[in-house]
Design a protein around this ligand. Structure first.
Ligand SMILES: [Zn+2]
Length: 320
């Protein structure tokens, strides 16, 4: 057999190298494509096992929530369903939740129903309905109306009184910014998993959702805390209270707008610790879904901003 000359050998080597490169490209390009597709899908649906990605999936800008709530109320469409369609059409991109999306979502919502959603959309719908459908009040009320009734003895018969009534209205304010994920150092370096609402000591705190009072106790991080849970296992956590509503107990059912307690600065130490930081309400929202062992926390910032349109007035009657 004829031996290949060195020059021919070089040519063969070059040819082999070309083939190897071509094969590598053929193998890598589809692999990269599949990887990108997976990343897009995971981000696009908001469904994966990464809590931070999940948190992104559930967070919808406050301005859009206001428009969506209005439109879904006016057209008697389930709010969570409206938001599920919105999220899909906006591809979970915060910049795409714009007012021009509303009529498009409305059109799709009118021709479909939550029952007609496909499997991945159904997961999003379940998550949203456990969350958005229960929100109905800002945690800080707009005002409190106090009615004082003063008894005065009218006659010798102690059953007969006349009352002098005075009514006063106290207005409340708070401030907050998007501090979800900010660094916290008490108990080691960790990310802030809620939203801090700065308000004066003693300002009432009401439940933002309907639900059951699961916890009402002290914990070293949160001080006096109340935890309210909705049916689908969404956990609303209110921390650093000065005191609890004395008429509230663990296991009670609360409606959105019901009094939970009062703003304070308890926490960051053993029971009774106060004054480690300014008076504020720490609101934290944990979501549990099928397939995830732990709750994951979502930013309450947009929710609190959205709920500013839903500030309640609470009433107090005092008899002397
Ligand atoms: Zn906080």
């Amino acid at each position: 057999m004829k031996q290949n000359s060195p020059r021919v050998k070089e040519k063969i080597k070059a040819a082999i190298a070309k083939k190897v490169i071509a094969a590598a490209i053929i193998a890598i390009v589809p692999a990269l494509f599949i990887l990108l597709l997976m990343m897009f899908f995971m981000q696009g649906t908001g469904i994966n096992k990464n809590p931070m990605a999940m948190a992104k999936g559930i967070d919808i800008p406050a301005a859009y929530l206001t428009l969506a709530r209005q439109s879904s109320d006016e057209n008697e469409i389930d709010f969570a369903y409206f938001l599920t369609l919105s999220a899909e059409m906006a591809k979970f991109n915060p910049d795409k939740y714009k007012s021009d999306l509303i009529p498009k979502v409305l059109e799709r919502a009118r021709t479909g129903s939550p029952a007609s959603l496909n499997k991945s959309s159904k997961t999003i719908y379940d998550m949203y309905s456990g969350y958005y459908n229960y929100l109905n009040a800002s945690p800080i009320p707009k005002s409190k109306i106090t009615t004082t009734r003063t008894k005065r003895l009218k006659s010798v018969n102690p059953e007969e009184y006349e009352y002098e009534t005075s009514t006063t209205e106290t207005f409340y304010s708070y401030s907050h910014y998007d501090d979800f994920g900010a660094q916290r150092t008490f108990g080691g370096n960790r990310a802030h998993e809620g939203n801090d609402l700065i308000a004066s000591a003693g300002v009432p705190i009401v439940s933002i959702s309907d639900g059951i009072v699961r916890d009402m106790n002290w914990n070293d991080f949160g001080g006096n805390i109340v935890g309210v849970i909705t049916g689908p296992d969404t956990y609303f956590y209110y921390a650093h209270m000065q005191s609890f509503n004395p008429d509230l107990h663990e296991g009670d059912y609360v409606n959105a707008g019901d009094l939970l307690g009062y703003v304070g600065n308890s926490g960051y130490g053993p029971p009774g610790t106060t004054g480690m930081f300014v008076n504020h309400l720490h609101l934290q929202i944990g979501i549990k879904i099928d397939g995830l062992k732990e709750r994951f926390y979502v930013s309450p910032y947009n929710i609190v901003t959205f709920l500013d349109d839903y500030r309640v007035t609470i009433y107090e009657e005092i008899s002397n």
